[in-house]
Design a binder for this molecule. Structure first.
Ligand SMILES: Nc1ncnc2c1ncn2[C@@H]1O[C@H](COP(=O)(O)OP(=O)(O)OP(=O)(O)O)[C@@H](O)[C@H]1O
Ligand SMILES: [Mg+2]
Length: 272
């Protein structure tokens, strides 16, 4: 893993209130053969900020996350991120031959690894499955184990790559609550890739749209959490969908009220 290629952005860990950047990428270029995926990308994320990243399929979202995770070379370009980083992918990527707690403790050392793994599992409500095999977990449980594995490292930067795409709508809502509570408690900087515009607006402080290798649009979300699908929410959704080249559908008349109702994912727009 090419970890040392990225220099730390904020070694002194200043408080979020200073507004100092935890992540800073300037004029970043990433090519695969003749194809330029990231083309002079600039991005800055404040310490402790929760940013969601939208973009059509193939626009380079995972490429950016892999770069920030230190999984891909940066070739001397201007990329700065906290040294402690953790990634949660769409699939939980648990090792099937290791029990759940050992998956969470992967790469940790010391006499207290089991205790640390159990504490992280407790935070995601999964301590009772510490000795289970990954194959016996549900999709949502596996994703929670994956979150625990990320958290146990106390990352300064938590990178989430469509982490809830494979779980059902109800589990997804619960995962949202969980991620927000973990974010409040541990205060990492978060960059979350999603195809779901509503998910982005529901969770993030700021939503970015990646297009043509650059950040093409930005929305700061200043709505109180938990966020209701009210007219402000819908206006932001319409703008973001426009940026993504999708026309917003009017909400269908239905048995559950949208105006003022808490976010319900069956109404969400998924952009592929
Ligand atoms: N290792 C690689 N070698 C060659 N091409 C690659 C490699 N990794 C990514 N690409 C290409 O770079 C482009 C961006 O890929 P990336 O996975 O970042 O897209 P994405 O925005 O995450 O898409 P999705 O929403 O479908 O996950 C795609 O065209 C992909 O085929
Ligand atoms: Mg991707």
């Amino acid at each position: 893993m090419a970890q040392p290629l990225i220099r730390p952005a904020a070694p002194q860990n200043p408080p979020a209130a200073t507004g100092q950047a935890a992540v800073r990428v300037r004029n970043f270029i990433r090519r695969f053969g003749a194809v330029t995926v990231l083309d002079g990308l600039d991005i800055e994320i404040r310490r402790g900020e929760f940013v969601a990243l939208l973009g059509r399929s193939g626009s380079g979202k995972t490429t950016l996350l892999r770069t920030l995770a230190g999984l891909d070379p940066v070739d001397g370009q201007d990329v700065a991120a906290p040294p402690a980083r953790a990634v949660v992918f769409q699939d939980a990527r648990l090792l099937p031959w290791k029990k759940v707690w050992r998956n969470v403790a992967l790469g940790l050392s010391g006499s207290d690894v089991r205790a640390r793994a159990e504490a992280a599992l407790r935070e995601v409500g999964l301590d009772h499955r510490a000795d289970a095999w990954p194959s016996t977990l549900s999709g949502g449980e596996a994703q929670r184990a994956s979150l625990a594995r990320a958290l146990v490292r106390e990352p300064g930067l938590l990178l989430l790559d469509e982490p809830f795409a494979a779980v059902d709508a109800l589990t997804r809502l619960r995962m949202h609550e969980l991620v927000l509570s973990l974010w409040r408690r541990h205060a990492p900087t978060v960059l979350m890739v999603t195809h779901d515009v509503d998910e982005a607006i529901a969770l993030a402080d700021r939503v970015l749209v990646l297009d043509n290798g650059r950040i093409a649009a930005e929305e700061r979300i200043e709505l109180d959490r938990p966020r209701a699908i009210d007219s402000q929410f819908q206006a932001i959704r319409t703008r973001l969908l426009g940026q993504l080249g999708v026309q917003a559908r009017a909400p269908a008349p239905d048995p559950t009220p949208h105006e003022g109702a808490l976010l319900a994912f069956p109404t969400g727009e998924i952009v592929a």
